[in-house]
Design a protein around this ligand. Structure first.
Ligand SMILES: [Fe+2]
Length: 186
């Protein structure tokens, strides 16, 4: 079974985060919002390719999804897609800004549960760019595996396990999520 998540050490994290931020539109987003970017535009950031190639060739990055999450932004507890066949296996999340009070929560199915109750919902408008639908779960069916502070801590996340993100701070967090080809082995 794939791990739920894995920390990734990036020695030039500050420079890489700044390099990504500089290539993003300069508008100040003060709401929860998300946007896709072509991975090619980030390819020349010094040190980034070395980081990506710890996981796989840079060409295996399908897209870079940047998430702006304000403190009241709601991201439902979900897995990406509908399962292994059409969901992603792994993303690399890199903190860009104001991530010190933001947490990714990763869950697993309770042991005595034979079937997860899930429903397919339409995502809130600010997340519709991500995917048309997500499977969303009841918290009572799940156990918390980890709550990982996003600050200074890039991580690989298995997006086929239930996860969510919370912002307990007062500023909008910005996180870059590098989406790998779902067939990439991790
Ligand atoms: Fe997700």
């Amino acid at each position: 079974m794939k791990p739920y998540f894995e920390y990734l050490e990036i020695k030039d994290l500050f420079e890489i985060s700044r390099g990504i931020l500089e290539l993003l539109p300069s508008e100040e987003y003060d709401k929860t919002f998300s946007k896709f970017h072509d991975p090619k535009i980030f390819k020349n950031i010094p040190g980034l390719i070395d980081v990506i190639e710890k996981i796989g060739p840079y060409e295996q990055v399908d897209s870079v999804y940047v998430i702006y999450q304000d403190p009241s932004g709601f991201i439902p507890l979900h897995i990406d897609g509908y399962g292994a066949e059409d969901g992603r296996g792994v993303v690399l999340n890199i903190p860009l800004q104001a991530c010190e009070h933001c947490f990714t929560r990763v869950y697993r199915k309770k042991e005595n549960l034979t079937k997860l109750n899930s429903e397919i919902i339409d995502l809130p408008d600010y997340l519709v760019q991500e995917e048309a639908n997500h499977l969303v779960f009841n918290l009572s069916d799940l156990e918390l595996v980890a709550e990982i502070c996003n600050k200074d801590q890039p991580m690989l996340l298995n997006t086929l396990e239930p996860h969510t993100s919370v912002n307990n701070g007062t500023n909008t967090q910005i996180l870059a999520s590098f989406w790998f080809n779902p067939l990439l082995l991790w």
